[in-house]
Ligand binder design. Structure first.
Ligand SMILES: *[C@@H]1O[C@H](CO)[C@@H](O)[C@H](O)[C@H]1NC(C)=O
Length: 294
Protein backbone atom coordinates (compact mmCIF):
# COMPACT_ATOMS: atom_id res chain seq x y z
CA UNK A 1 0.00 0.00 0.00
CA UNK A 2 2.73 2.42 0.92
CA UNK A 3 4.46 1.96 -2.37
CA UNK A 4 1.22 2.42 -4.30
CA UNK A 5 0.57 5.71 -2.62
CA UNK A 6 4.15 6.78 -3.10
CA UNK A 7 4.02 6.19 -6.84
CA UNK A 8 0.67 7.87 -7.17
CA UNK A 9 1.95 10.88 -5.26
CA UNK A 10 5.07 11.04 -7.37
CA UNK A 11 3.12 11.17 -10.63
CA UNK A 12 0.97 13.97 -9.29
CA UNK A 13 4.03 15.91 -8.21
CA UNK A 14 5.69 15.43 -11.58
CA UNK A 15 2.66 16.63 -13.48
CA UNK A 16 2.17 19.61 -11.26
CA UNK A 17 5.71 20.98 -11.39
CA UNK A 18 6.97 20.01 -14.85
CA UNK A 19 3.73 19.62 -16.83
CA UNK A 20 2.71 23.28 -16.69
CA UNK A 21 4.38 25.45 -19.28
CA UNK A 22 3.80 29.13 -18.55
CA UNK A 23 1.60 31.19 -20.84
CA UNK A 24 0.97 34.86 -21.60
CA UNK A 25 -2.77 34.16 -21.48
CA UNK A 26 -4.65 35.67 -18.56
CA UNK A 27 -8.33 35.16 -17.77
CA UNK A 28 -10.91 36.44 -15.30
CA UNK A 29 -14.60 36.11 -14.55
CA UNK A 30 -16.76 33.63 -12.59
CA UNK A 31 -15.80 30.61 -14.73
CA UNK A 32 -12.14 31.45 -15.40
CA UNK A 33 -9.57 28.96 -14.07
CA UNK A 34 -7.28 30.25 -11.30
CA UNK A 35 -4.21 28.71 -12.95
CA UNK A 36 -3.52 28.51 -16.68
CA UNK A 37 -0.85 26.43 -18.45
CA UNK A 38 0.12 26.86 -22.09
CA UNK A 39 -2.21 24.83 -24.32
CA UNK A 40 -4.99 24.45 -21.72
CA UNK A 41 -8.59 24.67 -22.86
CA UNK A 42 -9.84 27.33 -20.45
CA UNK A 43 -13.39 27.99 -21.64
CA UNK A 44 -15.85 25.95 -23.63
CA UNK A 45 -19.57 25.80 -24.25
CA UNK A 46 -21.14 23.11 -26.43
CA UNK A 47 -24.68 24.39 -25.80
CA UNK A 48 -26.31 21.29 -24.46
CA UNK A 49 -28.24 23.87 -22.46
CA UNK A 50 -28.23 27.65 -22.20
CA UNK A 51 -26.50 28.52 -18.95
CA UNK A 52 -27.56 31.96 -17.79
CA UNK A 53 -24.58 32.08 -15.44
CA UNK A 54 -22.30 31.86 -18.48
CA UNK A 55 -24.15 34.15 -20.85
CA UNK A 56 -25.48 37.62 -20.36
CA UNK A 57 -28.34 38.40 -22.73
CA UNK A 58 -28.64 41.99 -23.83
CA UNK A 59 -31.94 43.58 -22.92
CA UNK A 60 -32.20 46.89 -24.71
CA UNK A 61 -33.79 48.86 -27.52
CA UNK A 62 -30.56 50.84 -27.98
CA UNK A 63 -29.65 49.51 -31.42
CA UNK A 64 -25.88 49.58 -30.95
CA UNK A 65 -25.47 53.30 -31.64
CA UNK A 66 -26.41 52.82 -35.31
CA UNK A 67 -30.21 52.98 -34.81
CA UNK A 68 -30.24 49.33 -35.76
CA UNK A 69 -33.64 47.67 -36.21
CA UNK A 70 -33.32 45.02 -33.53
CA UNK A 71 -34.76 44.96 -30.04
CA UNK A 72 -32.64 42.73 -27.83
CA UNK A 73 -35.24 41.17 -25.50
CA UNK A 74 -32.98 39.52 -22.93
CA UNK A 75 -33.30 35.73 -22.76
CA UNK A 76 -36.51 35.11 -24.72
CA UNK A 77 -37.04 31.44 -25.60
CA UNK A 78 -38.75 32.47 -28.83
CA UNK A 79 -35.45 33.91 -30.03
CA UNK A 80 -32.81 31.76 -28.33
CA UNK A 81 -32.97 28.04 -27.66
CA UNK A 82 -30.86 24.89 -27.93
CA UNK A 83 -31.52 21.86 -30.13
CA UNK A 84 -29.13 18.90 -30.33
CA UNK A 85 -26.17 20.81 -28.93
CA UNK A 86 -26.69 23.84 -31.16
CA UNK A 87 -27.57 27.29 -29.89
CA UNK A 88 -30.14 28.73 -32.27
CA UNK A 89 -30.63 32.49 -32.50
CA UNK A 90 -33.84 33.25 -34.36
CA UNK A 91 -35.05 36.75 -35.11
CA UNK A 92 -38.82 37.38 -35.03
CA UNK A 93 -41.06 40.30 -35.99
CA UNK A 94 -42.09 42.68 -33.20
CA UNK A 95 -45.46 43.11 -34.95
CA UNK A 96 -46.14 39.37 -34.53
CA UNK A 97 -45.59 39.55 -30.78
CA UNK A 98 -47.60 42.75 -30.27
CA UNK A 99 -49.31 44.22 -33.36
CA UNK A 100 -48.55 46.28 -36.43
CA UNK A 101 -50.17 49.23 -34.66
CA UNK A 102 -47.75 48.86 -31.73
CA UNK A 103 -44.82 49.80 -33.99
CA UNK A 104 -46.38 53.22 -34.72
CA UNK A 105 -48.02 54.11 -31.41
CA UNK A 106 -46.75 51.66 -28.80
CA UNK A 107 -44.59 52.37 -25.78
CA UNK A 108 -41.77 49.92 -25.03
CA UNK A 109 -40.27 50.18 -21.54
CA UNK A 110 -37.55 47.97 -20.07
CA UNK A 111 -37.34 48.40 -16.27
CA UNK A 112 -34.06 50.02 -15.14
CA UNK A 113 -32.96 46.98 -13.15
CA UNK A 114 -33.26 44.75 -16.26
CA UNK A 115 -32.15 47.14 -19.00
CA UNK A 116 -28.56 46.44 -20.04
CA UNK A 117 -27.91 49.53 -22.19
CA UNK A 118 -29.65 52.85 -21.59
CA UNK A 119 -27.78 54.83 -24.23
CA UNK A 120 -29.62 55.69 -27.46
CA UNK A 121 -33.02 55.51 -25.73
CA UNK A 122 -32.26 51.89 -24.95
CA UNK A 123 -34.74 51.46 -22.06
CA UNK A 124 -37.70 53.50 -23.25
CA UNK A 125 -39.02 54.10 -26.75
CA UNK A 126 -42.33 55.35 -28.12
CA UNK A 127 -43.40 54.52 -31.64
CA UNK A 128 -44.53 57.21 -34.08
CA UNK A 129 -45.10 57.34 -37.82
CA UNK A 130 -41.63 58.89 -38.17
CA UNK A 131 -39.77 56.57 -35.80
CA UNK A 132 -41.29 53.16 -35.34
CA UNK A 133 -40.45 50.84 -32.42
CA UNK A 134 -37.62 48.44 -33.33
CA UNK A 135 -39.39 46.05 -35.75
CA UNK A 136 -37.24 42.97 -35.11
CA UNK A 137 -36.60 40.95 -31.95
CA UNK A 138 -33.14 39.40 -32.02
CA UNK A 139 -30.48 38.18 -29.60
CA UNK A 140 -27.08 39.32 -28.43
CA UNK A 141 -25.29 37.39 -25.71
CA UNK A 142 -21.84 37.71 -24.17
CA UNK A 143 -19.60 36.20 -21.51
CA UNK A 144 -18.65 39.48 -19.80
CA UNK A 145 -19.31 38.23 -16.25
CA UNK A 146 -18.32 34.58 -16.70
CA UNK A 147 -15.20 34.65 -18.83
CA UNK A 148 -12.78 37.25 -20.12
CA UNK A 149 -9.30 36.71 -21.49
CA UNK A 150 -6.24 38.41 -22.91
CA UNK A 151 -3.98 36.58 -25.40
CA UNK A 152 -4.77 33.08 -26.60
CA UNK A 153 -6.86 31.35 -29.22
CA UNK A 154 -10.59 31.54 -29.69
CA UNK A 155 -12.64 29.36 -32.00
CA UNK A 156 -16.36 29.65 -32.65
CA UNK A 157 -18.10 27.07 -34.81
CA UNK A 158 -21.19 28.59 -36.33
CA UNK A 159 -23.58 28.65 -39.24
CA UNK A 160 -24.51 32.01 -40.68
CA UNK A 161 -28.09 33.05 -41.53
CA UNK A 162 -29.53 34.00 -44.91
CA UNK A 163 -31.88 36.97 -45.24
CA UNK A 164 -31.92 40.62 -46.25
CA UNK A 165 -31.14 43.00 -43.35
CA UNK A 166 -29.42 40.32 -41.29
CA UNK A 167 -25.93 41.18 -40.01
CA UNK A 168 -24.55 38.35 -37.87
CA UNK A 169 -21.45 39.14 -35.84
CA UNK A 170 -18.88 37.45 -33.56
CA UNK A 171 -17.04 40.07 -31.52
CA UNK A 172 -14.77 40.59 -28.56
CA UNK A 173 -15.38 43.80 -26.62
CA UNK A 174 -13.20 45.31 -23.86
CA UNK A 175 -14.40 44.80 -20.28
CA UNK A 176 -12.46 47.72 -18.75
CA UNK A 177 -12.52 51.33 -19.95
CA UNK A 178 -8.84 51.86 -19.08
CA UNK A 179 -8.16 54.18 -22.01
CA UNK A 180 -11.57 55.83 -22.36
CA UNK A 181 -14.77 55.30 -24.35
CA UNK A 182 -15.16 53.49 -27.67
CA UNK A 183 -12.98 52.84 -29.58
CA UNK A 184 -10.10 53.76 -27.24
CA UNK A 185 -10.11 50.28 -25.61
CA UNK A 186 -10.45 48.52 -28.94
CA UNK A 187 -12.89 46.07 -30.44
CA UNK A 188 -11.98 42.79 -32.15
CA UNK A 189 -14.52 41.64 -34.71
CA UNK A 190 -13.82 38.04 -35.61
CA UNK A 191 -16.64 37.96 -38.13
CA UNK A 192 -19.24 40.21 -39.65
CA UNK A 193 -21.24 39.65 -42.80
CA UNK A 194 -24.52 40.46 -44.52
CA UNK A 195 -27.26 37.89 -44.96
CA UNK A 196 -28.33 39.10 -48.42
CA UNK A 197 -28.32 36.41 -51.09
CA UNK A 198 -27.88 38.74 -54.03
CA UNK A 199 -26.13 41.92 -53.00
CA UNK A 200 -23.31 43.20 -55.17
CA UNK A 201 -20.86 46.07 -55.04
CA UNK A 202 -20.18 46.35 -58.75
CA UNK A 203 -19.22 42.74 -59.50
CA UNK A 204 -18.27 41.67 -55.95
CA UNK A 205 -20.81 39.74 -53.88
CA UNK A 206 -21.03 41.59 -50.55
CA UNK A 207 -23.79 39.33 -49.21
CA UNK A 208 -23.56 35.73 -48.08
CA UNK A 209 -20.44 35.00 -50.13
CA UNK A 210 -18.40 37.56 -48.19
CA UNK A 211 -17.31 37.74 -44.55
CA UNK A 212 -14.70 39.89 -42.86
CA UNK A 213 -12.74 40.60 -39.71
CA UNK A 214 -12.01 44.06 -38.31
CA UNK A 215 -10.35 45.74 -35.35
CA UNK A 216 -11.62 49.12 -34.19
CA UNK A 217 -9.17 51.39 -32.37
CA UNK A 218 -8.61 55.10 -31.93
CA UNK A 219 -8.74 57.93 -29.40
CA UNK A 220 -12.40 58.78 -30.11
CA UNK A 221 -15.24 57.71 -32.44
CA UNK A 222 -14.22 60.27 -35.05
CA UNK A 223 -10.71 58.80 -35.26
CA UNK A 224 -10.83 55.07 -35.85
CA UNK A 225 -8.03 53.20 -37.58
CA UNK A 226 -10.21 50.23 -38.58
CA UNK A 227 -9.51 50.41 -42.35
CA UNK A 228 -5.89 49.41 -41.60
CA UNK A 229 -7.07 46.30 -39.70
CA UNK A 230 -9.85 44.97 -41.87
CA UNK A 231 -9.97 42.09 -44.37
CA UNK A 232 -12.73 40.31 -46.27
CA UNK A 233 -12.79 36.89 -47.84
CA UNK A 234 -15.19 35.94 -50.62
CA UNK A 235 -15.96 32.29 -51.11
CA UNK A 236 -18.20 29.87 -52.96
CA UNK A 237 -20.21 28.13 -51.57
CA UNK A 238 -21.44 30.93 -49.26
CA UNK A 239 -20.81 31.16 -45.51
CA UNK A 240 -24.46 30.24 -44.95
CA UNK A 241 -23.80 26.75 -46.33
CA UNK A 242 -23.20 24.61 -43.25
CA UNK A 243 -20.97 25.22 -40.27
CA UNK A 244 -17.58 26.92 -40.38
CA UNK A 245 -14.86 27.52 -37.80
CA UNK A 246 -14.05 31.16 -37.08
CA UNK A 247 -10.80 31.48 -35.20
CA UNK A 248 -8.42 34.08 -33.89
CA UNK A 249 -4.94 33.79 -32.42
CA UNK A 250 -3.86 36.69 -30.23
CA UNK A 251 -0.31 37.17 -28.96
CA UNK A 252 1.50 40.20 -27.49
CA UNK A 253 2.75 41.07 -30.99
CA UNK A 254 -0.10 40.26 -33.40
CA UNK A 255 -3.66 39.11 -33.95
CA UNK A 256 -4.44 36.62 -36.70
CA UNK A 257 -7.82 35.68 -38.12
CA UNK A 258 -8.72 32.38 -39.81
CA UNK A 259 -11.94 31.02 -41.31
CA UNK A 260 -11.69 27.24 -41.44
CA UNK A 261 -8.13 26.80 -42.68
CA UNK A 262 -8.04 30.05 -44.63
CA UNK A 263 -5.88 32.85 -43.30
CA UNK A 264 -7.94 36.06 -43.38
CA UNK A 265 -5.65 38.66 -41.87
CA UNK A 266 -2.64 39.24 -39.66
CA UNK A 267 -2.62 42.52 -37.76
CA UNK A 268 0.83 43.14 -36.34
CA UNK A 269 1.25 45.45 -33.37
CA UNK A 270 4.56 46.62 -34.84
CA UNK A 271 5.39 49.97 -33.24
CA UNK A 272 1.91 50.17 -31.80
CA UNK A 273 -1.61 51.06 -32.86
CA UNK A 274 -1.03 54.80 -32.47
CA UNK A 275 1.49 54.56 -35.27
CA UNK A 276 -0.72 52.21 -37.29
CA UNK A 277 -3.63 54.65 -37.17
CA UNK A 278 -1.34 57.59 -38.02
CA UNK A 279 -2.98 59.56 -35.19
CA UNK A 280 0.23 61.41 -34.28
CA UNK A 281 0.06 63.31 -37.57
CA UNK A 282 -3.37 64.60 -36.56
CA UNK A 283 -1.96 66.14 -33.37
CA UNK A 284 -4.16 64.01 -31.08
CA UNK A 285 -3.25 62.90 -27.55
CA UNK A 286 -2.20 59.26 -27.26
CA UNK A 287 -4.28 57.50 -24.55
CA UNK A 288 -2.10 54.37 -24.91
CA UNK A 289 1.23 56.10 -24.31
CA UNK A 290 1.90 54.02 -21.17
CA UNK A 291 0.60 50.75 -22.62
CA UNK A 292 2.33 47.98 -24.58
CA UNK A 293 2.37 48.02 -28.40
CA UNK A 294 -0.63 45.64 -28.30
C1 LIG B 1 1.48 58.06 -18.48
O1 LIG B 1 2.25 57.98 -17.32
C2 LIG B 1 2.69 59.24 -16.82
C3 LIG B 1 3.68 58.98 -15.66
O2 LIG B 1 3.10 58.13 -14.72
C4 LIG B 1 1.48 60.05 -16.40
O3 LIG B 1 1.87 61.31 -15.93
C5 LIG B 1 0.56 60.23 -17.60
O4 LIG B 1 -0.65 60.87 -17.20
C6 LIG B 1 0.20 58.89 -18.23
N1 LIG B 1 -0.51 59.14 -19.47
C7 LIG B 1 -1.57 58.47 -19.82
C8 LIG B 1 -2.23 58.89 -21.09
O5 LIG B 1 -2.02 57.53 -19.18
Amino acid sequence: MNQYFFIFGFIGFFKFTIGCNPTVTTASGLLAPSKICSGDLIFEDNFDTIDEKTWMFDNTLGGGGNWEFQWYPGFDEENAFVRDGILKLVPTLTSEKFSEEFLYSGHAVIPDDQCTQSMWDGCDRRGSSDEIINPIRSIRLDSRYSFRFKYGELEIRAKMPTGDWLWPALWMMPFYDTYGGWPACGEIDLLEMRGNENLFDETVNVGINQAGSTMHFGPDPGHNGWPTAHANRNQIPPYTDGFHRYRLRWTPTQIQFFYDNHHINTVKAGEGFWKRGDFEALGLENPWINGTVM
